[in-house]
Design a binder for this molecule. Structure first.
Ligand code: ADP
Length: 457
């Protein structure tokens, strides 16, 4: 497979195109490592050390990894550096968990000693997208390893290089053979082979809702454990009493970071009527001041979209928005560059909740501004979506903040901030944004299963 640099459209590298037989070989290696290898059997303290070693190697190779991410994915180098730092943090966080995966002793019949073990699942299939090509590796691999599983991971076909660079680091860390297996390839071939494989015990998937549904079907064959982190169309709600300056800056980050290619991007911005015009003007200014260009240049704040396909898709939505009658306040077209998949950060005003740009996930730097009247109207409009990944509220009213945190149907709610993620806190979706929670203790639950043991005196 040719890997394209989205900033130049040139071939960056060529990687192997894995298919079902390669997945099969990887699963065999992972199974052997799980059943007969040392990984699930070593002292937990030792597994902690391995995870810390991986984190240390990621930190030591931070600059190299950040460059690989930017070259492959197109995000600005500052964002790539941040992604590397956060990925290391996830390994450190789960290194600490290894020795805290407790079972239970249960007050059963006094003639019995009953306890519950928390055991690993076995071979974990992991399929990840291209928008966080290293962070998604960390979110999936770190907790699975912490629990004593072995993994077969397939990176997205657009951005396999950060995962491959990470694989090299696991070799350097001296992980036993077969514990981490990375197979590059396309979704319908290599990815589907993981989802349907009868010797894979779980599949953790992050990607589109439509593919998530296919994975769920394919996983039914051997009743794999499934976790799905899917699309979103997250509401970002600005009340008249908000600190408008902070709300504008936070909302701009919420929709424009990573070129808007973020599953929890705040793409539907609801603004209370009195503030609407001022907010629209200020967000337009913020969008216009973004530096779109070479993602390796340190001052760049927006790079190209990840691929030609994504570029066409986003340009298609810009056309749809105009046809539907939304007014373009900023952007609305491709970037000025002669090469590369650059799209200008776009602000659409006069958007109605029924328009396609307000209902479908665009996965690009496109903000839709929608007015609302009061709290009830805001919640109704915000929840009027098939998705439920994240939501944000900007207000100075603490009662309102808490009330909305409860009434918004989303896996994460930010109040007076946007996009904060922390390995300590769960992440995942309501409704068609998926099920299963990653990060925090929730990933430990995803990658373990309980076994109850009864001993008769
Ligand atoms: P996007 O639309 O953002 O590219 P996808 O859901 O298509 O997201 O891709 C996310 C991941 O899922 C990628 O690694 C991709 O290769 C994989 N994938 C795509 N189609 C399938 C499939 N039918 N079965 C398994 N994995 C798939």
């Amino acid at each position: 497979m040719h890997i394209i640099n989205p900033a130049t459209e040139e071939v960056l590298a060529t990687v192997a195109e894995g298919d079902a037989p390669d997945i099969d070989a990887a699963v065999k290696a992972a199974r052997e490592a799980f059943e007969n290898g040392p990984w699930p059997r070593i002292r937990p303290h030792q597994r902690t050390e391995y995870l810390l070693k991986i984190a240390e190697l990621v930190q030591q190779h931070a600059e190299e990894l950040a460059h690989v991410i930017t070259l492959d994915n197109g995000k600005p180098i500052s964002e790539a550096r941040n992604e590397v730092a956060r990925a290391a943090e996830v390994f450190i966080f789960y290194a600490g968990w290894v020795t805290k995966i407790f079972g239970e002793t249960n007050p059963s019949d006094p003639s019995l000693f009953n306890y519950t073990l928390c055991e690993p699942l076995g071979v974990c299939g992991q399929i990840i997208p291209w928008n966080g090509p290293l962070s998604m590796v960390a979110w999936k691999v770190a907790p699975a390893l912490a629990c004593g599983n072995t993994v077969v991971l397939k990176p997205a076909e657009q951005t396999p290089l950060p995962a491959l660079a990470f694989g090299q680091l696991t070799l350097k860390a001296g992980l036993p053979d077969g514990v981490v297996n990375i197979v590059t390839g396309f979704g319908p071939t290599a990815g589907a082979a993981i989802a349907r494989h009868s010797d894979v015990d779980n599949v953790a998937f992050t990607g589109s809702t439509s593919v998530g549904k296919e994975i769920l079907h394919a996983a039914a064959g051997n009743l794999k454990h499934v976790s799905l982190e899917l699309g979103g169309k997250s509401p970002n709600i600005i009340f008249d009493d908000a600190n408008i300056e902070l709300a504008v800056t936070g909302s701009a980050t919420g929709i424009f970071r990573n070129q808007g290619q973020v599953c929890c991007a705040g793409s539907r911005i609801f603004v209370q009527q009195k503030t609407y015009d001022e907010f629209a003007e200020r967000l337009t200014q913020a969008a216009s001041s973004i530096r779109l260009g070479d993602p390796l240049e340190p001052r760049t704040t927006m790079g190209p979209l990840v691929s030609g396909e994504q570029y066409e898709r986003v340009l298609g939505y810009l056309k749809v928005g105009k046809q539907e009658g939304a007014s373009v306040r900023a952007g609305g077209e491709r970037g000025p560059q002669s090469r590369g998949y650059f799209v200008r950060p776009t602000v659409f005003a006069d958007v109605k909740g029924s328009m396609r740009i307000a209902r479908e996930e665009i996965f690009g730097p496109v903000a839709s501004l929608i007015p609302f009247q009061d709290e009830t109207d805001a919640v109704l409009q915000a929840n009027d979506t098939i998705y439920g990944l994240a939501a944000a509220v900007w207000t100075r009213d603490i009662n309102r903040a808490h009330a909305l945190a409860r009434s918004l149907k989303a896996g994460t709610v930010w109040i007076n901030c946007y996009g904060i993620l922390d390995p300590i806190s769960s992440f995942g979706g309501y409704k068609q944004s998926g099920f299963g929670r990653e990060l925090g203790k929730h990933s430990i639950e995803l990658y373990t299963q309980a076994k109850s043991v009864f001993i008769k005196f």
